[in-house]
Design a protein. Structure first.
Length: 358
């Protein structure tokens, strides 16, 4: 077991987005400082970091210089190239790059979870037009064609309602997955934190609503479908975390269906559907991730309010978002400081809570 990192230590974060920003804010509160690393861009995490390396992922010298300044290294973005993470000395990496390697590819994450007893939607690997035609034949429609790597928030996805629509969709020229559309009652995620000694804690699972493939809202209570299936999903998520010797926050997304939970995808990091934990849980996902990777005791994950409603603030909605502060019920507004309010871009979120529990 690693000794806990003393106050004043430095945490390196690969990735420069809002998740890194919120991780750094929690780290600051616990007396740590953060240094970020990401290619040049709107790296809003930099504002919460003591230093920031803006370099290509494959700049070996820059990665080494970054590693030399950090006592521990983590990531907020699952598409950090595995080679960059593998360049970090193992004694500074609480979780190995294997977790990223598995989660970066939709086929490998489904295989990994199926090998541990989970169930995913029927799917096939697509490397060509012919594979796509065969998959339409054997899996049928409706379905979704997704790029195997680097899709997010509904990008790199094509819905196929029927054969007719399929004729208008071309294989995009890089490895894809075609999967059957799942008829679900509800969507939910299991968010857990695992310490280096193997202790696991779960937050309550919200019911998540997506539009155009992007999360728009997470609510508690999550409803009977989620409540009936969350234990099975947690058991699976716990096995995934153990199998990866994972340290920190890990998220698995599920569909609650008439036949039980169907695994969709995993994120080896803090997750948008866990933003409510900042005000809504005894310890937030961000703080517990920092605690886990620094070897500190994990915090309680219990929900503190009878109802929770987290909504994303997307694109130009952010421009008038301060108006939310005048609402009744003390809404908790978070804006990420992004410079450009592009359409479909996550700019912030607001969490509204109901009566306090206990
Ligand atoms: P993903 O990028 O795989 O998380 O997909 C984004 C969202 O699209 C999911 O949260 C669902 O709302 C929807 N979706 C993706 N795959 C499926 C599927 N096989 N069946 C039904 N809905 C899906």
């Amino acid at each position: 077991m690693r000794a806990p990192l003393p106050p004043g230590s430095t945490i390196g974060i690969f990735g420069g987005g809002q998740l890194g920003r919120m991780l750094a804010m929690s780290a600051l509160q616990l007396g740590y400082r953060c240094i970020g690393y990401a290619p040049a861009g709107d790296n809003v995490a930099a504002e919460a970091c003591a230093g920031f390396f803006e370099h290509h992922w494959n700049d070996r010298e820059a990665v080494s210089a970054f590693a030399a300044r950090c006592d521990v290294v983590t990531w907020e973005f699952e598409n950090v190239p595995v080679a960059a993470v593998e360049a970090i000395p193992a004694d500074r990496l609480p979780t190995s790059a294997r977790a990223l390697e598995v989660a970066q590819d939709r086929l490998s994450e489904k295989r990994f979870v199926e090998d541990l007893g989970g169930r995913a939607a029927p799917h096939l690997r697509i490397d060509s037009e012919e594979d796509f035609a065969r998959a339409l034949e054997s899996i049928g429609t409706p379905g979704i064609l997704k790029t195997a790597r680097e899709g997010y928030d509904g990008k790199g996805q094509w819905r196929v309602r029927d054969r007719h629509e399929a004729q208008g969709i071309r294989f995009p020229g890089r490895r894809c997955i075609y999967e059957r559309l799942v008829g679900f009652e509800s969507e939910f995620s299991v968010i857990l934190v695992r310490a280096a000694d193997g202790e696991i804690r779960f937050w309550d699972s919200t019911a998540n609503t997506h539009e155009g493939g992007m999360l728009v809202q997470s609510v508690l209570p999550a409803g009977e479908w989620v409540e009936a299936q969350v234990d099975e999903a947690r058991a699976l998520a716990g096995k995934v975390a153990d199998a990866l010797s994972y340290v920190g926050v890990l998220t698995l997304e599920f569909f609650a269906t008439g036949d039980g939970p169907v695994f969709n995808e995993m994120a080896p990091r803090v997750h948008n559907s866990g933003h409510w934990t900042i005000e809504g849980a005894a310890t937030s996902q961000f703080e517990n991730h920092i605690r886990a990777i620094c070897g500190l005791p994990l915090g309680e994950t219990a929900t503190r309010f009878a109802t929770i409603d987290m909504r994303n603030i997307v694109g130009e909605q952010a421009l008038g978002a301060h108006r939310i502060l005048a609402e009744e019920g003390e809404p908790h507004l978070h804006l990420y400081g992004k410079r450009e309010a592009r359409e479909g871009r996550k700019m912030g979120h607001v969490t509204r809570v109901g009566a306090r529990l206990g």
